[in-house]
Design a binder for this molecule. Structure first.
Ligand code: ASP
Length: 350
């Protein structure tokens, strides 16, 4: 990891201390002397973004040795990021994680479960166009993410949560989804209102911001022995059988239709109930980005309820996958079953 310090306030006293963790993604690309896009040297940030000086912040930037496209993100990277935040928690007022957009919602969700009891802002952002491009969204995204990470009211952080800031909106990280790969409005949070909107001012919606924790606890064990089974009309029983028979599998996120509905065929139900008997957790998450799973509302979900499929309520797939990894890693299957439907970081409406 490379570490640099940039005091944008000199010679005045900085208003806040913010740690930026630069992981890679489109954000930090610049053309090299041959015109090829390569990760840029973060120590040159003030050249790309002179208006940073107006923020009056004491910035520390820690960069991954080899910045990555976020499609290569692994649980080990979440462990590294969470550990950096945990170790620097006391000395900093807030954190900004620069990350590719492709898996940003997974990282935001994972960090929200790994950093229990958070009372300071962890703002994840990135860009659809590299910072070196004239029309890039990187500059605005970074400046506003830093402002939010530094923002306090009566001495306390305004945002005590892991969030995604992108295209003028601050979203709860574990409620967000990437929904757009070309336009700037890349993220949505269908089931939870934005925590802030940035216009002429940053307008915080205080009623929906989570409560600060009292003591930060790092949950850093992750168990990736899980999978996603996305249903579609025509899915074969050979496919369902192959998935439910994966050796050492601990959980399946079952992506169902509408409000949690699935085929009622006895073969299908038998395969699922066989897995549940082998202690595999099956969690029902809807394929719809908005709304929630209500098992038993239709006949097509009543059977799932009866065989022991658990309802994932209004959680996103990204939240469900990462919550399972964290809970299974920390507590094992029995406790995961008890905790999976309970809100740990505002990810589900209880
Ligand atoms: N593929 C890139 C990434 O996720 C896209 C981006 O940064 O927006 O790293």
């Amino acid at each position: 990891m490379k570490k640099i310090n940039i005091n944008t306030a000199t010679p005045a006293k900085p208003q806040s201390k913010v740690l930026i963790i630069y992981t890679g993604g489109t954000f930090g690309m610049a053309h090299d002397t041959n015109g090829v896009l390569v990760p840029f040297d973060f120590s040159l940030i003030l050249e790309h973004l002179p208006s940073l000086r107006n923020l009056s912040l004491d910035l520390t930037v820690i960069s991954f040795d080899n910045p990555i496209d976020s499609s290569n993100i692994q649980p080990e990277h979440w462990q590294q990021i969470a550990k950096l935040i945990f170790e620097n928690y006391e000395s900093q007022d807030g954190f900004v994680v620069l990350h590719g957009t492709d898996t940003m919602a997974f990282t935001a969700s994972a960090l929200s479960f790994m950093l229990q009891g958070l009372a300071k802002p962890v703002i994840i952002t990135g860009a659809q166009l590299p910072i070196s491009e004239t029309r890039s969204d990187a500059r605005e995204n970074l400046i506003t993410a830093l402002e939010i990470a530094a923002a306090k009211k009566e001495g306390l952080a305004i945002i005590p949560e892991v969030c995604i800031y992108f295209d003028d909106e601050l979203l709860r990280g574990n409620r967000s989804k990437k929904v757009e790969s070309m336009h700037f409005d890349a993220f949505e949070s269908e089931n939870y209102p934005a925590l802030a909107k940035a216009g002429v001012m940053i307008d915080y919606n205080e009623k929906v911001i989570g409560q600060p924790g009292t003591e930060l606890k790092l949950l850093s064990k992750l168990d990736p022995s899980i999978t996603i089974l996305k249903l579609f009309p025509g899915i074969t029983m050979a496919t369902v059988n192959a998935v439910t028979s994966i050796p050492n599998l601990k959980a399946i996120v079952l992506e169902t239709f509408g409000s949690g509905n699935a085929p009622t065929s006895p073969e299908f139900l038998k395969l699922l109930s066989g897995a549940i008997k082998k202690e595999v957790i099956i969690l029902n998450i809807s394929q719809c980005p908005g709304g929630m799973v209500v098992q038993g509302k239709y006949e097509t979900s009543r059977d799932l309820q009866e065989i022991g499929v658990l309802s994932g309520g209004d959680m996103t797939t990204e939240a469900a996958v990462t919550k399972l990894m964290v809970l299974l890693g920390e507590y094992g299957s029995a406790k995961t079953k008890r905790l999976i439907g309970i809100s740990l970081a505002g990810e589900i409406t209880n």
